[in-house]
Write a protein that binds this ligand. Structure first.
Ligand SMILES: [Zn+2]
Length: 328
């Protein structure tokens, strides 16, 4: 997140227009079919940071973190001056390198992912010209997709390790939040499945590993939904992970429910939910959830997969299905 510089220099804007045209020109020259593909990704190096020479190399690169600049093109001068990203992609799709790929850029601030902090030491930062509350342009998506594809291959980074600043940044305890906490940061919209698809990426991490593990709390209601959608938990197989301490010596079915119940309590997911199973004389969703049997808040776990009531036909569920419904 960068503060916008107050002055808008005409000369600077013209210069940027020039680079966009050069990029298009090169792509057209080298690509007779006029199709932009990864091979034609043009990276402008005229905004390299004066900090670049002072920065050391990273030992590890296994994350890519996306940012939004919260301003217009002039934001690039701030990024350049501070060396606060590896790349800046302007709203016409121009890709500008600011810090060399292998060197440390100061973009992630106070950050944590899977318990690891100081993420500048293990990540590439890409700044998108734009705002956290507005989608980036089609040209930006196209350039970002090409750049990500190149970086993913270069460093062997998996899709679920391409994150947004909002996902990884956190705040230390303060007057309002007594615990280390996640809070709103830039590039929130880029976490959505729709955005990820436009970037050529598969599914994201699906949940916040640090919140789930209790290392952080979520300071802002609704933030998780923006970042991870309403589908979490995405990995229901974890519900029955072998690390769950199950000492209840009963039938397997009861163990499952007991384990699930503990899991839900531990992760604070599905707060105020009841759990039931389609069996015996309670074989219908209605017999458990009552009038909530097809409510959007009700979930059905078939095998180890969790489905929203709206995604399936709750009238055709196999026996043994687990029903998660809001307590009345
Ligand atoms: Zn940011």
């Amino acid at each position: 997140m960068k503060k916008e510089k107050p002055s808008v220099g005409l000369e600077k804007m013209t210069r940027r227009g020039f680079f966009s045209r050069v990029a298009v020109g090169i792509a057209v020259l080298t690509c007779p079919s006029y199709v932009f593909s990864e091979a034609e990704l043009y990276v402008d190096k005229s905004f390299m940071s004066p900090e670049n020479d002072k920065r050391r190399n990273r030992d590890l690169t296994d994350l890519i973190i996306l940012h939004t600049s919260e301003g217009n093109f002039n934001g690039i001068y701030d990024v350049k001056e501070k060396g606060s990203a590896h790349y800046f992609i302007d709203d016409r799709g121009g890709v500008h390198q600011v810090i060399d790929d292998d060197k440390v850029a100061h973009h992630a601030g106070t950050s944590m992912w899977e318990g690891r902090t100081k993420l500048n030491d293990s990540s590439i930062g890409i700044e998108m010209q734009g705002s956290h509350k507005k989608d980036i342009t089609a040209e930006q998506y196209r350039s970002l997709r090409n750049l990500l594809s190149k970086l993913k291959r270069k460093y062997g980074i998996k899709d679920e390790r391409i994150l947004t600043h909002s996902m990884v940044s956190y705040g230390e305890p303060n007057r309002w939040h007594p615990k280390p906490h996640r809070y709103r940061k830039c590039a929130m919209l880029l976490a959505s499945p729709k955005s990820r698809k436009k970037m050529g990426l598969g599914e994201g991490p699906g949940y916040d590993p640090d919140v789930r593990a209790g290392r952080l709390v979520v300071a802002e209601p609704g933030l998780e939904k923006v970042l991870y959608g309403s589908k979490s938990p995405k990995e229901p197989e974890q519900i029955l992970s072998p690390t769950d301490e199950i000492k209840v010596n009963t039938r397997r079915e009861d163990k499952e429910i007991e384990s699930l119940r503990r899991y839900l309590i531990r992760t604070k997911m599905f707060k105020d939910y009841e759990i039931g199973r389609l069996e015996g004389d309670k074989r219908t969703p209605y017999s458990h959830a009552g009038k909530n049997w097809k409510s959007p808040s009700t979930y059905y776990m078939i095998g180890k997969r969790l489905h929203k009531a709206s995604e399936i036909d709750p009238r055709k569920l196999p026996l043994g299905t687990i029903v998660l419904y809001k307590a009345k």
